[in-house]
Design a binder for this molecule. Structure first.
Ligand code: FAD
Ligand code: ZN
Length: 482
């Protein structure tokens, strides 16, 4: 693969004036103050530089930018809502890249409640898409903490997971068709609402999860689902992750795909939320080492959802699988329970530095993983505060570790790599993944060769070379520069 070559890149002023010709002045940000919010991600872990931020308003403009970049060897960094957690949307420090922001391309193009599909521009914010579906009594089931600002294009590029995966699958399972601008400026018009289409290779799946390294998603046709008629949320107090696994198995056995949420949280995580999230309240009167947020949905009625939840929880109490439970009595209370879960990442910022792991293991191994990993990090940094939480039902734990209260921030962050090594070794020994849902980006790029099958890695390189021979698409993300 040819790296985008510094020697052949035009000077910054030439790039800015070419972009202005293509997009008009309102489509280009070149002033440092205007560019600033696009150059860093929300945790300040990655900060880069860019010649300009291009803000196209339609797919043809995206193609024209790519044609320019292809001809001049200029790196392109796609960006949606800038909520990614692995530095995929942040340029490097060279200042040569164009950030291509999809933010202005946010139309809901078409919604079909009968066919259960919605077609949207890539820059549409997830929450808007959820709301548009709700207006026609349908559900777009992707749900995550950043839903108020992340975009459909970013969700697709990272194959986002979130809390609805248990019942509805990852973003990959929700995409029917894609429109993609290719690195040479061609537009692949793959928008399709067909549920069945066996006409050759499934190209859309190449772009889903490719983190902007193969092309720019400009629009997508997504699956919708009937809106559940009843939904009930419970907040459970438990002694151990082993108990959580037992309740999970019980509730899923009862409700099947009606179990639409099952999230585990530790006491330390709840304590952080209560300390730092305005309006947060503990749903239970007593403290427990672990908590679970369980949600059951019914296509029939509120009463049905309630009956399933009550049957399950009564049996779980009798079997000693849970110690305590609060059942949401209103939508407002249910939202309060979910706000505790969704606030879990944000509040960790207020407790100093945090070392993160986004890992998955086979579901039945989650308790053993938690035991081993918690012991390992406490052994490594006595006094550190593990806050492992997340999607127990998918085997995906956000194994975050907050710094000891008295420790110096940077001294703790210096342990990022050795701590990752230790936790990832436990994950790998359990046949798990070191990146369950956030992707590889810059953060885990150099870890990939250590965990990926070498044949798979070679095939990825071959595909990258074939689709992006000049290496302009998000260079240095996912795969190392050649
Ligand atoms: P960005 O951050 O802008 O970009 C992410 C990646 O996608 C980059 O590599 C970028 O180059 C590429 N990209 C963006 N748009 C396009 C496009 N149109 N075409 C091609 N490439 C593109 N993620 C989960 O999976 N599950 C969670 O539960 C979850 N919870 C989160 C909670 C919080 C509080 C935060 C801040 C993040 C969370 N995330 C989660 C991570 C993040 O929100 C998701 O990865 C989201 O899908 C990223 O969307 P975005 O529009 O912000 O993309
Ligand atoms: Zn998550």
């Amino acid at each position: 693969m040819q790296p985008a070559d510094a020697q052949t890149s035009p000077n910054p002023n030439a790039t800015i004036s070419s972009l202005t010709e293509l997009l008009g002045a309102s489509g280009v940000l070149a002033d440092p103050a205007d560019k600033a919010p696009y150059l860093r991600e929300w945790r300040d872990l990655f900060i880069g530089e860019a010649v300009a931020v291009a803000r196209p308003s339609n797919a043809q403009e995206v193609c024209s930018i790519l044609r320019y970049a292809h001809e001049t060897g200029t790196p392109i960094v796609p960006q949606g809502g800038n909520t990614g957690l692995v530095g995929g949307q942040t340029p490097d420090a060279s200042g040569r890249a164009i950030i291509l922001s999809l933010a202005r391309m946010n139309a809901i193009r078409e919604i079909d409640p009968t066919g259960n599909t919605i077609t949207v521009d890539a820059g549409a914010v997830l929450e808007r898409v959820q709301n548009a579906a709700a207006e026609v009594e349908r559900l777009y089931p992707l749900a995550l903490g950043a839903q108020g600002s992340c975009t459909i294009g970013g969700n697709i590029a990272t194959n986002a997971g979130g809390t609805g995966v248990l019942a509805y699958g990852n973003t990959r399972d929700l995409v029917l068709g894609l429109e993609v601008a290719l690195p040479d400026g061609r537009l692949w018009k793959g928008l399709s609402s067909l549920r069945k289409d066996n006409t050759g290779y499934d190209l859309k799946n190449l772009f889903i999860g490719s983190e902007g390294t193969l092309g720019i998603v400009t629009a997508a046709t997504l699956k919708l689902f009937p809106r559940p008629k009843g939904m009930l949320t419970a907040f459970l107090g438990l002694e151990s992750p082993q108990q959580a696994l037992a309740v999970f198995s019980r509730l899923q056995g009862l409700a099947g795909s009606g179990l639409t949420g099952f999230e585990i949280m530790p006491l330390e995580g709840l304590a952080f939320v209560l300390r730092h999230q305005p309006g947060a309240r503990d749903p239970l009167e007593t403290q427990y080492p672990w908590y679970v947020l369980a949600e059951i949905s019914s296509g029939r009625s509120e009463e049905d959802a309630q009956a399933l939840m009550m049957d399950g929880l009564e049996a779980a109490l009798d079997a000693g699988e849970i110690v305590d439970a609060a059942i949401a009595q209103s939508l407002e209370q249910s939202n309060e329970f979910w706000a505790i879960r969704h606030g879990m990442s944000e509040v960790q910022k207020a407790e100093g530095a945090s070392i993160k792991h986004d890992v998955s293991v086979p579901v039945a191994k989650v308790p053993a993983f938690l035991d081993e990993a918690i012991a390992a990090v406490l052994d490594m940094v006595p006094g550190c505060r593990p806050v492992p939480f997340g999607h127990l039902g998918d085997g995906n734990i956000h194994f975050n570790v907050s710094q000891p209260v008295e420790m110096e921030r940077q001294a703790f962050l210096d342990l990022w790599e050795p701590m990752n090594d230790r936790v990832h070794a436990i994950v790998t020994a359990m046949d798990g993944s070191i990146s369950a849902e956030h992707g590889i980006g810059q953060l885990k790029r150099d870890l990939l060769p250590g965990v990926k099958d070498p044949v798979a890695l070679a095939l990825m390189q071959t595909l990258k070379q074939a689709i992006d021979p000049k290496g302009i698409m998000n260079p240095g993300k996912v795969l190392a520069l050649p």
